[in-house]
Design a protein around this ligand. Structure first.
Ligand SMILES: [Zn+2]
Length: 141
């Protein structure tokens, strides 16, 4: 079982036909980004049609989970009972992912130490047997 950062009371993401492959890979602790099978354009969040060429053919590209903070905000008001505060919501620019960014949380770091450009790495949080959420923590530069 992975380390836990947020309580079970946190609202869970809802998978649909477009996002289900992302969440299935996440449950196996594999971070993937959607890639157009026609032109190679990557996109996240997943979408049914490529914004670059309009193709509906897709595959899923594994990525390392390394990246850097593109931007962030600090949350001081809870959305769920028992939520640790303050917490940091960050947009992470993923390495080797064709320029896509993932909205997530930073863990293991106080808001006062977070800055744009901070190098981060993926850490999985298993919320249940079926749901793993990608979070990020600082890594050495
Ligand atoms: Zn395309």
């Amino acid at each position: 079982m992975s380390e836990r950062f947020f309580p079970d009371t946190m609202p869970a993401p809802l998978a649909d036909a477009t996002t289900l492959p992302f969440w299935q890979a996440a449950a196996e602790h594999r971070l993937v980004v959607q890639r157009c099978a026609a032109c190679g354009h990557t996109r996240l969040p997943p979408a049914p049609v490529c914004p670059a060429c309009r193709s509906a053919e897709t595959d899923w590209q594994p990525v390392s989970g390394r990246g850097e903070v593109y931007t962030y905000t600090v949350v001081h008001r809870p959305i769920a009972a028992g939520q640790p505060l303050p917490c940091v919501i960050a947009v992470v620019a993923l390495e080797g992912a064709g320029g896509v960014r993932l909205l997530s949380n930073l863990v293991g770091v106080g808001p006062e130490r977070v800055e744009i450009g901070l190098p981060v790495e993926l850490v999985w949080e298993d919320m249940s047997a079926e749901l793993a959420i990608p979070r990020f923590r600082p890594r050495g530069r």
